[in-house]
Structure formats: C-alpha cells, structure tokens
Design a protein around this ligand. Structure first.
Ligand code: ADP
Length: 411
C-alpha cells in the first residue's frame, strides 16, 4: 500500500496543508492535493484543490472557538477528508513548519513530548507563529497519537552564517544565553537554493540575494547557496517593513514606549507585530494588494517606505557579500507585484540591476528572468515551495537519513 505525507503550516486563524504521495526512497514526492482551513475560531471553511489546481472541496465546517478544541476539530475534519479521498494510501507522517528552532535545532526533528516542551520556550520569540505551529502538533498528537510528526524549522537554513552575521553587539553572557540573530523564512530560502542552478547555472553559487516578500518579509544573502546574512534577526520583527510588523527599529523607541509612554510589554508586542508595517503606516491594510489599490497619500507613503527599506537592506546584504550577481523575488508580493519589483529594481540600478520592463509586466507564472540581457545582475522571479521542502525533510527523517540534502537537487 502506498503512503501519503501531510504537510501543515499552521497560523493564527488558518491552516495551510498539502498532501504528497510517497514512492520509494530517493524518488520524487508528488503532490496529490493542497488546501487550507480558514476562519478557525469563527466561520471555518475547508478548501481543497487537486494536483492541477482544480477545486475538490469548499464547505463550511463546524469548529469551536476554543483555542484548544478549535484546531483539534479542524484537523478531525481534515483527516476525515483525507480518509475519504485516500485512494488506497495510508497516512505515514505529518511534517510541520515550525518558525523558531533556536540554537538547539539546526536540523528537522521527529517530535517527542520533550522536544515539544523545548520548542514552547521559543514562543515569546515568535508570538505570531510558534504557538499556532505547536498547537497543531498537539492537536494531531491528541487525535492520532501514533502518527509520526516532524518539525522543520525556519531558522535552520541560516545556521551557516558567519559569526559576525549572527552576533548582536551585546555583552558576552547575553549572547551566550542565545540572544543572537537567527534569521527566518529558511524553508523558503532552502527551496530557492535547491532550484537556483536550474535557472542561474554557475551564477547560482555566486553572490545571490533572495527577497522573500510575503506577509512576513526578509532578504537572505547567499554564497555557494548557503545563507551568509539575513535581514531578520533574533525574532521575525527585524529587517524589512512587513504587512503588520515594523522591521528594523531603533531599540531606543522600545525603551521610550515602555518608559516615557508607559506602554506594557503586551501592548508594545501587539504594536510592533500586529499594528505596524503597511497597516500602521497606511492606516488602511496590511495587505499589499489593498494598499496598492488605494489612492490615499498614506498608502503611497507606505509603499514608498516599503521600497526604501528593501533597497536600503539590499545594499546592506550586497555589502556583506562584497557584490551582487543575482537577485531573486519570491512569495506573495515578490511573485505577483510587478510594480513593487520595478521600483525595487530602479532603486538597485547602482548595483548593476537593469530590468526588462516587458518581462517584468508579463502575466506569467512559474520561474522567469526579468532582467535585460546586458544586466550585470540577473533578476529572477522564482515561486517558492516551502511545503515541498517540509515534505522532503519529513520523508528523510522517517527513512532515518537525517535531514534531506537539498544541495543534491531533486526538489
Ligand atoms: P504568507 O507570508 O502569509 O505566506 P504570501 O506569501 O501569500 O503570505 O503573501 C501575501 C502578500 O502578497 C499580501 O500582502 C498580498 O497582498 C500580496 N499579494 C498577493 N498577490 C498580489 C498581487 N497580485 N499584487 C500585489 N500583492 C500581492
């Protein structure tokens, strides 16, 4: 009987999932279906699409608003759907995206109660993601206690960074207590690194910056397809301006908010993670599509600041690499917003970026080059695929091979 793998990316009100067919060791994983459960805690819906993107399911499901019961009931619905559409496959394992693995987890890990307790400790460092990532693991363990679950970390790809890129200029004992720059979006960067040679040839192993611009956003500087620096740091607040997160901020602002303005820790956390970024500056939305569609001057300014920050930090990462040979855009905004890409590329002309306007504007999906033939820096749009990375890691952990070696290709 063939086996299937389930990949889960669990957020505050939605769960994204993908199911893969597992053939023999070493053979490619084929995606059977993907989908999402939306509106957990309110009017929940289960939506599933098939291999070719055709809709397979779209219906209301009943889940309670209770933060523990809600996810468990949502997963019950998902497993029930999978059972009915399994076509003779058994579910062999579930792989999860877990945002923070701290220093301890530089490789994907099969989850045990002890590991889960260690991962709980990182919740204050990733309050938007970690609790939901872990509650999905707990909910599934409650429903199917014998099903192997594997945690794949967004921090692990950055373990190759040199000491200077990881360190904060703080006293040694604080650094030794784990206050370091970890970097995030690692599963996305790992996928892009695995496919770069298919598109860039020898340049793939050169000086490359990948811009993951989604609701969360960061840049990763790569050399030899390994992470050398990232704009995200100790938490996923640092670096670029995001949908609702502030990005780089003078730490004196936090002292001022809590001291002179008397804000509590919780209020500052909410302000920086949920009320800032595009939402805070535009006063309209944290969603780029909505902000781009607005004529309001605040919306224009929000995009100006977003672009300014991307360009400023692109320069910083190019400096850390000592040059730039390729720039890759990925994730929701990077893959879909031609105007954002155009503005970033215009601001990066000094680095040798020359955009092919027509290629940039073309309504296309899939990987594509958007720089001119004469551009000193190759510019590409490459759709990311974090789910596939998680599925490959999960398969490798279960087959006792440790982590999947993404440099061997096969993505
Ligand atoms: P997540 O980080 O939740 O995975 P995504 O990678 O899906 O998010 O990115 C979501 C962002 O992408 C949102 O700001 C959304 O508005 C933006 N986006 C998606 N499609 C477009 C588009 N056609 N034009 C501009 N922005 C877009």
């Amino acid at each position: 009987m063939t086996q299937a793998l389930l990949v889960i990316n669990s957020g505050s009100s939605s769960v994204k999932f993908a199911a893969y067919d597992v053939a023999g060791p070493g053979s490619a994983l084929a995606r059977i279906a993907n989908g999402r459960i939306e509106g957990i805690g309110g009017q929940a819906r289960l939506r599933v699409w098939g291999q070719g993107g055709e809709p397979l399911e779209d219906r209301r499901i009943r889940v309670s608003a209770d933060p523990v019961l809600g996810p468990e009931e949502a997963f019950e619905e998902l497993f029930d759907w999978l059972d009915r559409h399994a076509a003779g496959r058994t579910l062999g394992a579930v792989g999860h995206r877990v945002v923070h693995g701290g220093e301890r987890f530089a490789q994907p890990a099969r989850v045990t109660p002890a590991i889960l307790a260690q991962l709980d400790a990182f919740t204050p460092l990733a309050p938007l993601h970690q609790p939901h990532n872990l509650s999905a693991i707990r909910a599934i363990a409650g429903l199917l206690p014998d099903l192997p679950q594997v945690a794949c970390f967004d921090t692990e790809f950055h373990a190759t960074q040199p000491w200077v890129a990881r360190a904060c200029a703080l006293p040694r004992p604080i650094t030794e207590a784990g206050v370091k720059r970890y970097g995030f979006h690692g599963l996305s960067y790992e996928y892009i690194a695995s496919v770069l040679p298919d598109y860039l040839g020898a340049v793939a192993d050169g000086k490359v910056v990948v811009a993951h611009l989604g609701n969360g956003a960061s840049l990763c500087a790569m050399q030899d397809r390994r992470s050398m620096a990232s704009t995200m740091g100790f938490t996923a607040l640092d670096g670029l301006m995001m949908g609702t997160r502030c990005g780089s901020l003078d730490p004196g602002v936090v002292l001022h908010l809590m001291g002179a303005m008397g804000m509590s820790l919780q209020a500052v956390e909410k302000l920086l993670y949920e009320q800032s970024g595009l939402l805070g500056v535009s006063g309209i939305s944290g969603d780029m599509r909505t902000v781009e569609a607005s004529e309001a001057p605040e919306a224009r300014q929000a995009i100006d600041l977003y672009v300014y920050r991307v360009n400023q930090q692109l320069g910083s990462l190019a400096a850390s690499l000592g040059g730039l040979e390729a720039l890759v855009f990925t994730a929701g905004i990077g893959e879909n917003s031609a105007s954002l890409r155009r503005r970033v590329c215009e601001g990066a002309a000094w680095l040798g970026v020359a955009l092919d306007e027509e290629a940039n504007e073309a309504q296309a999906s899939g990987a594509r080059c958007i720089s001119t033939a004469g551009s000193r820096v190759a510019v590409w749009v490459i759709p990311t695929n974090e789910e596939l990375m998680i599925a490959q890691h999960t398969q490798a952990v279960l087959q006792g091979q440790g982590a999947h070696d993404w440099r061997s290709g096969g993505a």
